[in-house]
Design a protein around this ligand. Structure first.
Ligand code: SF4
Ligand code: SF4
Length: 352
């Protein structure tokens, strides 16, 4: 790891130079007027569009790696059928990614490289450079519990705002190539102390939101299936699937063959799907093996804190809080887990 310091005034030059050779994606105001207080990861065309101090984005940068609709290949039928893969990838810098979203990309990397490696994702991922920035603990109140309140790994370059400059933590060659675009100076002991102070403040202000050590959750979830907690918490669920769509670690998709009217050509397209949606668990004959909302909530939480946890060795929830912020029914999976923990500790079935 190498640390250097870049004056804040050099940031526009840095972005301009990056734009000469690659696409830059970062937090910008969503197009709802200049007073919009909502942000999303979009293509940055000029340095002033980049909103590095934004509290959070509606969506993580996932859709730039795993598009909502993606053509996987085209095909032609006939005596000599043809299949042509479609892979769209170009060098891109994700600029201003918060630690929970960096952790989300690491989760996608694991899933997409596992068993049947996904070429579209992996080729695109290979061309991505990640530049991280620090979070605000009020906005990411669940991140501390998951260890993502301060950065650990998964970035090429990480910027910490220390007032009139950024301390740049260069983690990879890709990160070094970015800082080489502008003049920097080596970090001093005072600069490092300033970064420590920023992170100490974040860690002190972030809340502990679950009544358990996260490492115990896989065990907790093995005893969760019959709990009444899921029914209580899923009661107001509209089955809209928003919690899946905004989650940086949800990657389920549906695949459809779109055939042209002449029936001789077409394309295979994949589209995001979500386990909270009605058709997700519906099989031939119209039967659903997770018909009730409580079953879906249990499944969703199990994916985050049990199944993927035991498979990959860490939770597949980053604590970004988007599922909680987005849910129009006010469902909070962390409240459900706390109720589950209380039920297991007291030995009294929930709701009795
Ligand atoms: S489950 Fe919720 S808090 Fe966890 S990563 Fe997904 S959206 Fe973020
Ligand atoms: S966002 Fe809320 S209402 Fe919509 S599916 Fe998820 S839990 Fe249900």
């Amino acid at each position: 790891m190498a640390l250097c310091v870049m004056p804040k005034g050099a940031l526009p030059t840095l972005i301009d130079k990056l734009l000469e050779t690659q696409k830059v994606v970062g937090p910008k105001r969503v197009p709802r007027g200049p007073d919009s207080s909502q942000f999303g990861f979009g293509e940055i065309k000029t340095p002033d569009e980049l909103e590095l101090d934004c509290p959070y984005t509606i969506l993580p940068p996932k859709h730039w790696l795993l598009p909502r609709d993606e053509k996987l290949f085209t095909f032609k039928l006939g005596p000599q059928p043809e299949v042509t893969p479609v892979i769209e990838a170009e060098p891109t810098v994700f600029f201003g990614v918060h630690p929970p979203d960096i952790a989300g990309i690491a989760c996608l990397d694991e899933a997409m490289a596992d068993r049947n490696p996904d070429p579209n994702y992996l080729i695109r991922r290979d061309q991505i450079t990640i530049v991280g920035t620090e979070i605000s603990p009020e906005e990411y109140r669940y991140a501390k519990f998951l260890g993502n309140d301060v950065p650990a790994a998964g970035y090429d370059l990480f910027l910490t705002d220390i007032g009139d400059a950024y301390v740049c933590d260069v983690a990879t060659d890709k990160g070094q190539a970015i800082v080489d675009l502008v003049e920097t100076r080596p970090a001093t002991a005072d600069d490092i102390a300033a970064v420590e102070a920023v992170r100490q403040k974040t860690m002190a202000e972030a809340e502990d939101i679950l009544d358990v050590n996260v490492r115990l959750l896989p065990l907790t979830m093995t005893k969760a299936a019959d709990s009444g907690v899921w029914k209580t918490h899923a009661e107001p669920c509209f089955r809209c699937g928003s919690c899946n769509l905004v989650c940086p670690t949800c990657y389920c998709f549906n695949v459809t063959d779109v055939v042209e009217p002449n029936l001789t050509a077409g394309a295979r397209v994949r589209t995001w799907d979500g386990c909270m949606l009605d058709p997700f668990a519906t099989v031939a004959g119209g039967e659903s093996f997770r018909e009730e909302a409580r079953q879906r909530l249990l499944h969703r939480v199990s994916r985050k804190f049990h199944y993927q946890y035991t498979k990959y060795g860490h939770p597949h929830c980053t604590g970004c809080g988007r599922c909680v912020r987005t849910c129009v029914a006010g469902i909070n999976q962390f409240d459900a887990i706390n109720d589950l923990l209380a039920e297991q500790a007291e030995g009294v079935p929930h709701g009795r």
